[in-house]
Design a protein around this ligand. Structure first.
Ligand SMILES: [Zn+2]
Length: 237
């Protein structure tokens, strides 16, 4: 077994370990993503339900105000009729006050009716946009939910495949090399790094030209003096 292949195998191992880590992490965040997407749909539905409910309430308010206006108009007409039959100033004053009072009541109800009708118009517009938003969110989130669900369903299988690949690499490596790899990985996150611009790309320490040549030849496993990571030669573009 040449040492070039040892470094390359370690690099492959590192790639697999990274993918395994990502797969394990996805087990944690995929359910959260599903919850968030479902919550978004629920929020859009609640928004629509609330708008509809408010519209029903305003319709009832409108009917109530229309009745109030009708009653007040009839009552006002009656009061005005009574004006023709009064005999004393005192009666006149009392009736005038009653008419003024009724007029105020009528005008207040008319103002409220206008406000309610304006509100109803806005609610109709809001209803259209709420319906559209709900439809858009439902469609888009359902698609994402499906994709995430199938991703979740396949995580277990993907992990098994990666673990198999890992085993196949491990049998080709010597135990002390694997132990060193694991130790550096625990301490540094990534155990194998490439030489970039004649420096260790893990800690950026410049490497002596002779060492760079040795790494390039790949006859032995070389670690960085500064950070301890395993150095590998990769052709730079
Ligand atoms: Zn280094």
């Amino acid at each position: 077994m040449s040492t070039t292949s040892t470094a390359e195998l370690l690099l492959q191992l590192q790639g697999i370990d990274y993918q395994l880590g990502e797969l394990e992490r996805s087990k944690g965040y995929l359910p959260d993503m599903i919850e968030n997407l479902k919550a978004e749909i629920r929020t859009a539905e609640d928004e629509l339900t609330n708008t509809k409910k408010t519209r029903e309430e305003r319709h009832l308010d409108k009917k109530q105000l229309e009745l109030t206006i009708e009653d007040a108009t009839v009552a006002l007409a009656k009061l005005k009729d009574q004006m023709t039959t009064i005999k004393t100033n005192r009666e006149y004053d009392a009736l005038s006050r009653e008419i003024d009072h009724k007029k105020e009541e009528l005008s207040r109800a008319e103002d409220e009716l206008l406000a309610v009708m304006g509100e109803l118009e806005e609610l109709e517009q809001k209803l259209v946009s709420s319906e559209r938003d709900r439809g858009d969110i439902q469609k888009s989130n359902d698609e994402q939910l499906q994709a995430i669900q199938s991703e979740m369903d396949s995580v277990g299988t993907k992990i098994k495949i990666k673990e198999n690949e890992r085993k196949n690499i491990l049998v080709r490596l010597e135990a002390p090399v694997v132990a060193a790899y694991e130790r550096i990985k625990r301490g540094k996150g990534s155990a194998v790094v490439a030489v970039r611009k004649r420096a260790c790309s893990g800690c950026f320490k410049a490497l002596p030209p002779q060492l760079v040549q040795e790494i390039r030849r790949g006859e032995q496993l070389i670690t960085c003096d500064s950070c301890g990571r395993i150095l590998i030669w990769e052709d730079e573009d």
